[in-house]
Design a protein around this ligand. Structure first.
Ligand code: 13P
Ligand code: ZN
Length: 269
């Protein structure tokens, strides 16, 4: 028996997480337990599910998140592998509900799989999204090789320097990642400081932000769309690096070409 039995719409969302987890592994972005995913599943939780008993003691989130009262999340488990999650999402992840104090959660799942160590960042971002009435329900943290490599240079950490370069590599980048790439200076993984800095960056109007020398954090309506944004950006970084490996600095699209693209497709300036 699984909590997903007879809940086809909830299962469909979690199956999307499993599909994306497989892509992350194939892309080489998910070494060992690298990366994590959470999705806000509250809209797919039925009345019967709300009455299920917890299978864990209440645990502290580490921060108080008032907009998460009564919310439910699917979370990758800490130390769990994406490649295992792809086969068995409830064996490498679990479902949690936020308690009325908005500071603790408990697991209501098939097995007591402790959520990702990056839970403070993920839940803080979900809290922020709900406060803004955003339709976004998914957050993704992963370690895309070329994007992480860029953050080892001060040049690309400057505000919007990487965004401009990535957009100019191939027109699709701006079309499908129109808010660009934010930058969060290095901070200890899993810390509340990293969570706060991630929200500050997303609040500047980015959907995807880099954690310096670590990985990306992306939000979107569902997990497939969050993955697409990271995939598009990392593809642009690969084109840049391929050109450099061929011995030249890529020209990039011109400012006039970028402006034409933005005008025709109605993209933000
Ligand atoms: P978890 O295994 O706790 O999800 O951590 C992976 C990771 O990438 C931390 O930044
Ligand atoms: Zn990480």
């Amino acid at each position: 028996m699984s909590i997903l039995d007879n809940r086809p719409s909830l299962k469909a969302e979690i199956d999307k997480v499993a599909e994306v987890a497989g892509y992350l592994w194939i892309k080489g972005w998910a070494e060992r337990n690298g990366g994590n995913i959470t999705i806000n599943i509250t809209e797919w939780v039925d009345e019967e599910m709300k009455t299920l008993p917890a299978i864990s003691e209440p645990r502290a989130i580490g921060t108080v998140l008032p907009h998460l009262r009564g919310c439910w999340f699917y979370c990758k488990g800490t130390q769990k592998r994406m490649r295992d999650l792809a086969r068995d999402p409830m064996g490498s992840g679990s479902i949690i509900r936020i308690l009325p104090d908005c500071a603790h959660y408990e697991m209501v799942a098939d097995a007591p799989v402790a959520p990702t160590s990056e839970l403070p960042s993920h839940l803080s971002v979900h809290n922020y999204l709900l406060a803004k009435s955003s339709p976004y329900r998914a957050s993704l943290h992963t370690h895309p090789i070329e994007l992480v490599a860029l953050t080892h240079s001060k040049k690309w950490l400057e505000k919007d320097a990487a965004t401009r370069m990535l957009w100019s590599m191939i027109p699709e980048t701006k079309a499908f990642c129109p808010r660009g790439l934010g930058m969060v200076p290095y901070m200890l993984p899993s810390s509340v400081g990293l969570a706060d800095a991630t929200i500050r960056a997303i609040d500047e109007d980015y959907d995807v932000v880099m954690w310096e020398k670590h990985g990306v954090f992306a939000v979107d309506t569902d997990i497939m769309s969050a993955f697409d944004q990271v995939d598009v950006l990392n593809k642009a970084a690969q084109i840049y690096i391929s050109a450099r490996n061929m011995g030249f600095e890529p020209e990039g699209m011109t400012d006039a070409q970028m402006k034409e693209l933005s005008d025709v497709f109605g993209l933000p300036k």
